[in-house]
Design a protein around this ligand. Sequence first.
Ligand code: ADP
Ligand code: F6P
Length: 428
Amino acid sequence: MSGVSDFVVVANRLPVDRTDTGWGTSPGGLVAALAPVLRARSGSWVGWPGEAGARIEPFTSEGIDLHPVYLDECDFQNFYEGMANSTLWPLYHDLIVAPRYDNLWWEAYRDVNERFAHATAAAAARNAVVWVQDYQLQLVPGILRRLRPDLTVGFFLHIPFPSPDLFRQLPWRNEVMEGFAGADLVGFQRAEDERNYRALVGDAGPRTGAFPISIDPAAIPRGGQGDVEKLRASLGNPVTMMLGVDRLDYTKGILHRLLAVENLLEKGLLSDVAVVQLAIPSRERIDQYKQTRREVEEAVGRINGRFGRVGSPVVHYLHRAVPKRDLGALYTAADVMLVTPFKDGMNLVAKEYVSCHPDGDGALVLSEFAGAAAELRDAYLCNPFDVSSIEQAIIDAVAGDPARMRAMHRWVAQHDVARWAACFLDEL
Ligand code: ADP
Ligand code: F6P
């Protein structure tokens, strides 16, 4: 493994995650998008290996030099579960749950950002390009500017940037803004996020732009006819198969979409339907995540109790990650994909589904508050806060028009993640 690199990505998580049973792919859209970019360009990745208290030496995985950053249990609680995911995450997702402001968490956030910046400075060659990712590491550009003025530093925020009124709640807002200011270019998912940021800094601050992230279409292979037939048969060959694929997060609106299905079944507007809901475990020790899980699982049980038959439930629910090949078969087999977040930076699941439907079959129900809605205008858009709006979008999607999926497929095929990375890095 080489000592220093000309191109370094810094993200909270490495693309691989240490689990009880070995190494697996890390969860989330950030890793799904960036791993193929780094495999295509040689470079290094600085990040946390996913286990508190694990000291791991640098190593290489699938052609990427990985530089693990050490976090202990205290960092995990105060930086990751606290400041990142109980303060910034809910604040930036428009207060779906109330953020908590805790000085101890902020101190940990500052310390951990310092540690990431030092690890990055050690991994970066002279005049290297460093690309810092997401809300966990907002101070890193500012620290790097001080440590290594020779570097070119980009920052990309994968989640929404909130309206100025909300952002001003943050007790440490000035420090966060100083962190952003250390970057040569700050990228956002949508023009709306960029506008929110600009409303705070005016003409001052770094260059900014909207760069909607995308997928690597090769990463999730379409299911073959045999796989799809087998899968549908295992669901009892329903007339309509619907699918939800999410991290189990309160932002994703899983409960509301299940309520919409339940209402349609109750009104007799939907019959012979099977719903597959995959929910990848996420941030499991945080109370609101525990509550979301309870609510979702209660709804699954209730719907199956009311409308299922022995050997044939309506909702097939898996609380775990599945291999990419299985995911591809599910996307390909599903007649209707349900993507109903209350707020989402982009939502790559929507684009992965579209990518598996080149022939015009399938229909996408999509929240108007997902970043993807700005591009996938031919989806059946809904307001996820209004269950009746989700119901209507499902009814329209079931009777879907194939021309709409074809148009979206063309868009996603032309705007893949390689193009996203090239746009950002060229501008940088
Ligand atoms: P987020 O970044 O908030 O998790 P995205 O929709 O942008 O949301 O990205 C989620 C990523 O995680 C996608 O690439 C998707 O394929 C993957 N994923 C989600 N749930 C599962 C699951 N149960 N098994 C395997 N992959 C999953
Ligand atoms: O894309 C949003 C995001 O929060 C990433 O920043 C993150 O890596 C991913 O989802 C998964 O979340 P976590 O790293 O907390 O498991």
